[in-house]
Each structure stands twice: as structure tokens, then as C-alpha cells.
Ligand binder design. Structure first.
Ligand SMILES: *Cc1c(COP(=O)(O)O)cnc(C)c1O
Length: 312
């Protein structure tokens, strides 16, 4: 039965419908500074497949299908939005999936959903995790159908999918902001800005400490050299680290807009915009578009930061 279903799904077209409206965010500070802030709701593309992960997977899945490889093999930490996105997409489009997870075996909400979507999970120690191509060879050299997808979905195909975000805009914005992990989404958006001949200034918010290295990663996927702004001071201590200010900002944002944001990516990016606005970084009359890249499941892994809602 399961095999028959898998066979049927193999013929299923990989069709990625994009529902990502733009919503205005109102706030007294924005009023005072004469700024219009809009949020591109990529988080609404899919309840589980974090918005930019969906965009990043599109051409990757099409390539796997073209090459007749039906076993997606990818990598991530135990809270990786990319693992979860790959698991959900694999189930929807008839691929087998293996997630190679960094670190000792654990269980959490993310990995529970990955397994429910039928992803096979393989835990590897941190040392071996560093060399992904050699892990792929070690475990899957005998599997002619195995298709390598890098951590975070980072690839030229990933950037290509993200560039399509820019084709959906009906208005001009002076500034576009996006949170950066691998930098693939940022590169895609910059390519999209160039493809559409826009004057928009792009701003990347790395969510890691010492984030200036991300410029190399972004530049790797740019179709032509481009100028953009990198704001490296909004990491709040490092990847997945938070501060009481950041958590307070997120609580206030969610409670006053009804839009969930997470502490790892979109919370830091939106905090940056409000902080820069407070410092008069933007000209009056500026129109800003922030990309909500999804990732709201990340909130569930971080409940303990939101005292008094901690589990323990
Ligand atoms: C993965 C992720 C990012 C980072 O995207 P990159 O293309 O790796 O830079 C940003 N926001 C969210 C919510 C994510 O899950």
C-alpha cells in the first residue's frame, strides 16, 4: 500500500503554490518617525515548511526529480527548520528522506514531526557532522537514488527559488530586510532586486556572532556583484541565543500584531528594524519591507526563554 502511494506520488507534479500576502505593521514608533513598515508573509506559505525553506527547496526538488533521484538526504541540527521542511516536502511530493542530525540522539517537537512525515533520522557526532560530503558517501554511496541537499538548503537552486519573491511585489520599497543563516535567501532576494531593476536597498541581519563572514556566503550566490548592507550587531549573543530585551520585544510584537515571530530569525530581524528606526537610520517617508521567513515552529523549542511560560 505505502509503495503504491509512493509510486503515485512520484508522478505528482512538484507544484509550489505561493500564498504570501503583504501586511502593514503599525506601531507608534513608526508613526513618530514617518516610516511605513510592511511584512511579506512567507510564513503563510505553509504551516510547517518555513517560508524561505519552501522557496529554497523548489528548484532543488525539481533537479532531484529530473535526475530521477527519489531519496533526499540532508543535514541539520535537532531544531533545524530545514530538516522539517525537507521532511514535509518529501512526504508531499513522493520522495524518501533521510535527515542526518548533528549531535547525540534526542527527541523534540521538530524531530517528532520529521519522523511523522516519514523522514529517517540518523544522529552523528559533531566531529563527523562537519564533513557532510564524506557522511553522504559513507552512508549512501550504494544508493544510486540518493540526492545530496546541503545544510539549510544552501545551493544555487535555493537562491534561484528565493529570487522569485521579488517577482511578487506590486510596489516599490526603499529598504528590504531579511534574516540570514546561510545567506542563500539574502542572495536570492538581491538577485531578484537586480532582475527587476529595482533601486531598493537590501539589508541582511546575520543571526550569528561575528556575522561579517556571511558576506562571502551571500556573494557566492550573487549573479552579479551588488552592494547591500550587513548589520552584524543584532545577533543577541549568537545563534539561537536571546536576551530579555529580545524576548520582551517578541512578546510585545506578537501581542500587538497577532503575527508570530521566532527568537532565532525573524525576531532579531524585526528588532533590528525598530532599533534602527529609533536611531533615525531611515529617512522620513521610507517604505520598508521585512521578509517574514517563517520558522515559527522554532518558538516551541524555546518556550523556556519566555518566563513565566517555562515547562520546567
Ligand atoms: C533558515 C531560516 C532563515 C535563514 O535562511 P538562509 O537562506 O539560510 O540565510 C531565516 N529565517 C528563517 C525563519 C529560517 O528558518
Amino acid at each position: 500500500m505505502a509503495q503504491a502511494i509512493a509510486q503515485l506520488l512520484k508522478m505528482k507534479e512538484i507544484e509550489l503554490e505561493i500564498f504570501s500576502p503583504i501586511h502593514e505593521i503599525r506601531h507608534p514608533l513608526l508613526n513618530e518617525k514617518g516610516i511605513d513598515l510592511y511584512l511579506k508573509r512567507d510564513d503563510l506559505i505553509h504551516p510547517i515548511i518555513s517560508g524561505n525553506k519552501w522557496r529554497k527547496l523548489k528548484y532543488t526538488l525539481l533537479k532531484a526529480r529530473d535526475e530521477k533521484q527519489d531519496h533526499l538526504v540532508t543535514f541539520g541540527g535537532a531544531y533545524s527548520n530545514h530538516l522539517l521542511a525537507t521532511a514535509a516536502a518529501a512526504a508531499q511530493f513522493g520522495f524518501k528522506a533521510t535527515g542526518i542530525v548533528r549531535g547525540e540522539e534526542v527527541t523534540n517537537d521538530h524531530l517528532f514531526l520529521c519522523s511523522l512525515y516519514g523522514m529517517n533520522l540518523l544522529f552523528v557526532d559533531r566531529e563527523s557532522y562537519r564533513d557532510k560530503p564524506s557522511l553522504f558517501t559513507r552512508y549512501f554511496s550504494n544508493d544510486a537514488n540518493a540526492f545530496f541537499i546541503d545544510e539549510g538548503g544552501s545551493s544555487p537552486e535555493g537562491a534561484q527559488g528565493c529570487s522569485e519573491l521579488m517577482d511578487e511585489l506590486m510596489h516599490n520599497y526603499n529598504h528590504i530586510f531579511c534574516a540570514c543563516g546561510t545567506g542563500t535567501t539574502a542572495a536570492g532576494i538581491i538577485n531578484g532586486i537586480n532582475n527587476n531593476y529595482l533601486e531598493t536597498e537590501f539589508h541582511a541581519i546575520p543571526v550569528f556572532k561575528n556575522g561579517s563572514f556571511i558576506a562571502n556566503e551571500i556573494d557566492k550566490y550573487l549573479l552579479k556583484p551588488s552592494v547591500y548592507q550587513l548589520h552584524t550587531d543584532y545577533h543577541f549573543g549568537g545563534y539561537a541565543k536571546t536576551t530579555p530585551q529580545l524576548i520582551g520585544f517578541i512578546q510585545q510584537f506578537v501581542a500587538t500584531t497577532g503575527i508570530l515571530i521566532d527568537p532565532v530569525y525573524t525576531g532579531k530581524m524585526l528588532y533590528a528594524i525598530f532599533d534602527l528606526a529609533g536611531k533615525n537610520y531611515f529617512k522620513r517617508g521610507s517604505k520598508i519591507l521585512a521578509i517574514h521567513t517563517g520558522g515559527t515552529w522554532g518558538l516551541l523549542g524555546m518556550k523556556d526563554k519566555f518566563l513565566p511560560f517555562a515547562d520546567k
